[in-house]
Design a protein around this ligand. Structure first.
Ligand SMILES: Cc1ncc(COP(=O)(O)O)c(C=O)c1O
Length: 399
């Protein structure tokens, strides 16, 4: 394993701080390293492998599609893309879909659409977009500017002009930031990289009202929290608030790279032919996977299990919190949970990995739990057992 990692270090740019683990294959909620060691996976490729590994239906659909057609460009139509888009329309409150390849690209396209809409209908002056402090929207220039955390922007300036930030979960802050140049508001219903922080229900409702009052496009970034992760197909469905645009990616392809912009008729009318494009976007291979993912997670029983297991995970994490003072908070929705600690969590995560449990941080002091959506009670019990053993050891060392 060390040899392979050293070879990787020779050839990759120095962008990631990677765990010393080479993953070779996966099955269900487990992955295996190149020595055959088994790990219970509460990372799921960072909230991507929604159906788990080696899912029979997903593999079959991908193999079938590979045998037929992988790519044909958007010069032509393809059936898997149309079917996947129809499903997204069916299960959302939105009307039109644009497929792309990643979360950043979905956000980037959403920002473009909002500006295009405003220019077309509201005049040249309406160009500003308000995003939230502590948010994360991706690494392209538009998305990283929209990201309300300076650590991701260091050394990149000048950033995209016309982006303003306000406090998340603070309606007064948004109210004070809106002016006559504002055209859109971008918000994650649950901040993911910002430490698993759900928006308050009343807050999101008021955001919608403010957008309506000021004629602003409301964009939800559901790249991490969407596609079943919270127990509803879209996180916004918990809030009873309808966005104008939603950005999706991660779990949508169950492991293959696909992103999507969903928009209602009104917002979508901002784009005309030639305004936006993506060579790979909506190719039949990735869309055949997205179709399976949406069909699976839209099954009420599937969503019910996510809700049930999400509640169980929350309960078990809260039990740990009541036992150990070093745990400050447990929060999240469904199978997107965060546990805030009074110390950096990297060592805990590394020790859990050594004991066969994969976890990932969200910020320095928060452990994130985003397992495949097929996770069951006994696997949650196993994860909690490993985590508690590690916490006990860390506590012993610190006492
Ligand atoms: C909420 C949110 N938006 C956008 C992104 C960017 O997605 P990608 O890494 O696919 O570009 C992420 C990635 O973590 C995310 O969590």
């Amino acid at each position: 394993m060390k040899d392979l990692i050293n070879r990787g270090k020779e050839v990759f740019m120095n962008t990631y701080s990677q765990f010393p683990l080479v993953i070779e294959k996966g099955d269900g909620v487990y992955v295996y390293d190149s020595k055959g060691n088994k790990y219970l996976d509460f990372v799921a490729g960072i909230a991507v492998n929604s159906l788990g590994y080696n899912n029979e239906k997903l593999v079959k659909a991908l193999k079938n599609q590979l045998n037929k057609l992988t790519h044909c460009s958007n010069l032509y139509w393809n059936e898997p893309a149309i079917e996947a888009a129809e499903l997204l329309k069916k299960y959302s409150t939105l009307d039109k879909v644009f497929f792309c390849n990643s979360g950043a690209e979905a956000v980037e396209g959403s920002l473009k659409l909002a500006r295009k809409y405003a220019k077309k209908y509201l005049g040249n002056n309406k160009t500003e977009i308000i995003t939230m402090k502590n948010s994360f929207h991706g690494r392209t220039f538009g998305a990283v500017t929209a990201t309300g955390q300076t650590k991701y922007q260091k050394g990149l300036g000048p950033l995209l002009p016309g982006i303003k930030y306000c406090e998340f979960n603070n309606i007064k802050s948004l109210e004070d930031t809106i002016d006559d140049k504002t055209c859109a508001v971008l918000v994650e219903p649950i901040q993911g990289e910002g430490g698993i922080k759900p928006a308050d229900v009343e807050y999101l409702k008021k955001v919608r009202k403010l957008c309506d009052k000021n004629n602003l496009i409301l964009i939800f970034d559901e790249v991490q929290c969407g596609i079943g992760r919270t127990g509803e197909i879209f996180a916004y469905q918990h809030y009873n608030v309808k966005p104008d645009i939603v950005a999706l990616a991660k779990g949508l392809g169950g492991g293959v790279p696909i992103g999507a912009i969903l928009a209602n008729e009104k917002a979508a009318s901002g784009f005309c032919p030639g305004d936006h494009a993506s060579t790979f976007g909506g190719n039949p291979l990735v869309c055949s996977a997205a179709k399976v993912v949406i069909e699976e997670i839209s099954d009420p029983q599937y969503l019910e299990n996510i809700k049930k297991q999400g509640k169980y995970l929350t309960k078990k994490l809260n039990e740990l919190k009541s036992k150990y003072k070093m745990i400050l908070d447990v929060r999240g929705h469904g199978l997107m949970q965060g546990m805030e600690m009074n110390m950096p969590v990297k060592e805990i995560i590394l020790e859990c990995m050594d004991k066969g449990l994969l976890l990932v941080g969200s910020g320095e002091r928060i452990i994130r739990f985003v397992p495949p959506l097929i996770i069951q009670k006994k696997e949650i019990d196993s994860a909690i057992k490993i985590l508690e053993d590690v916490i006990l050891r860390v506590k012993y060392l610190n006492d």
